[in-house]
Design a protein around this ligand. Structure first.
Ligand code: DLL
Length: 430
């Protein structure tokens, strides 16, 4: 199903011409209105007219997370104050948040891209959409909400948490589609189990849009099984509207990135040079339609690859592979680089493991992985617990090349956050 078949299946040549024209307009727009970019472009010695092909994109300077913080609160705004319609923020772990502004056109465009994505995943006016993301300064819920209304399904702005109320809404209003973080989806699945609810028998759920934080194929499988839904991976970031940058189609072989709105590059995080298609690197995005706050070559820090080849769904927009981590969430333990997703992949592949885990780093370089046991199907016999523990240790060791401690804990005993999960606690004094 298509929301806008013409643009979604536009031939590559036309799509690239459209990108080039929009890129030039974006450069003209920021060069005229944003002192930060005036300096950056002058430093790089580039003007809009120098951009003759998409390869010339590489002549443009990068924009980083630090640039956004340094220009906080309004330094990157490119439209007059009267044209600003909405503010979202994105917080990091320290310091001031990043402020992201939307014009009316930006709000409409963001909703349009969500409408494309939801229709692509099979949502229609007959669906009931329970939005279990956080409403507020976070883009996750509101941006999706506007897109869902555009599609015309019934939208329930449930927000996150309060599993009892979530269940009540699902039962009474027969929700068919949910939007949720992977960590909350797994937690909620445990809640349903504890209440004796079998989603296939007792609920009407059929799809879940899952994103806002990294998760593995193994976790996708767990969510699909436990909630009785198809899980669609959804990627986005506040700097680029929020959700709706890239989304899976029913073929689920990568997320189509809406290339009429964004240019994607994948670069080597060290050198900033492009890596060959299909190889992993850092995703760099340039906005092509944003009015209030256009951003050139934004270093997302997200690690992914562009999936080679075309998709059987007929869309011409290229696909992003699952995000495997961020360049800044690599943990260096005893000199070894470890991504939390490597640990998740091992854990979530084991049926005896429950739905939550936590990585704790202590002392000089001690790593402990706390792992919840699956409530069902575990007899609690000590020798079985010990065997599982040593199996997890050896599988983790093979994956991350260092031997962690593994602590098995009862289901539901690790903290759950309503927003993005905190998977790592680093108490090291290095
Ligand atoms: O998380 C936007 C969003 C909301 C996307 C709801 C999808 C669903 P930020 O708070 O700015 O915006 O965080 C953006 O979250 O750079 C990634 O590191 C991570 N992220 C988002 N989606 C995915 C995903 C929203 N599907 C940051 N897989 C991004 C992995 C994701 N990581």
């Amino acid at each position: 199903m298509f929301w806008d078949k013409e643009i979604e299946t536009l031939d590559r040549g036309s799509l690239e011409r459209l990108q080039l024209g929009r890129l030039r307009e974006t450069i003209e727009h920021v060069a005229a209105h944003v002192p930060f970019y005036q300096h950056k472009l002058a430093e790089a010695g580039v003007e809009a007219t120098d951009i003759r092909s998409l390869d010339d994109l590489r002549r443009l300077p990068f924009t980083t997370n630090a640039d956004l913080r340094a220009t906080y609160p309004r330094g990157l705004v490119a439209t007059p104050p009267g044209e600003l319609l909405r503010l979202h923020t994105s917080s990091g772990t320290t310091g001031k948040p990043k402020a992201l502004f939307f014009s009316r056109g930006d709000v409409d465009n963001a909703a349009e891209l969500i409408a494309r994505a939801m229709t692509m995943a099979g949502v229609t006016t007959d669906d009931v959409f329970q939005n279990m993301m956080t409403y507020g300064l976070f883009t996750g819920a509101l941006v999706m909400h506007y897109g869902a209304e555009k599609v015309g399904c019934l939208v329930i702005p449930a927000g996150p948490g309060n599993s009892e109320r979530q269940l009540l809404l699902m039962q009474d209003f027969r929700s068919t589609v949910v939007h949720v973080t992977p960590s909350y989806a797994l937690y909620f699945a445990g809640y349903l189990e504890s209440k004796g609810i079998d989603p296939r028998r007792d609920l009407a759920l059929r799809k879940a849009f899952v994103g806002a934080e990294p998760y593995t194929e193994e976790s996708r499988g767990k969510i699909e099984k436990a909630l009785g839904v198809e899980v669609y991976n959804s990627y986005g970031l506040s700097e680029m509207n929020g959700p709706g940058v890239a989304f899976e189609c029913p073929h689920q072989s990568g997320m189509h990135l809406w290339e009429d709105h964004f240019i994607a590059e994948v670069v080597d995080p060290q050198t900033g040079e492009p890596v060959p298609e299909g190889e992993c690197g850092e995703l760099v995005l340039t906005t092509l339609c944003r009015e209030a706050m256009p951003i050139l070559r934004y270093r997302t820090r997200d690690i992914t690859a562009l999936v080679p080849g075309t998709c059987a769904c007929g869309r011409s927009h290229r696909r992003l592979a699952r995000i495997t981590g961020r360049t800044d969430d690599v943990l260096v333990v005893r000199g070894v680089n470890i991504y939390p997703q490597q640990i998740e992949q091992v854990l979530m592949g084991l049926p005896q493991v429950g739905r939550n885990y936590l990585i704790v780093l202590d002392g000089l370089d001690e790593m402990t992985v706390k792992v919840e046991l699956a409530g069902s199907g575990f007899d609690g016999r000590i020798e079985h617990v010990v065997r599982l523990q040593s199996e997890i240790v050896s599988r983790l060791r093979a994956e991350i090349l260092t031997k962690p401690k593994v602590e098995l804990v009862p289901e539901g005993s690790l903290p759950v956050s309503e927003g993005k999960a905190k998977r790592v606690i680093d108490n090291r004094k290095l």
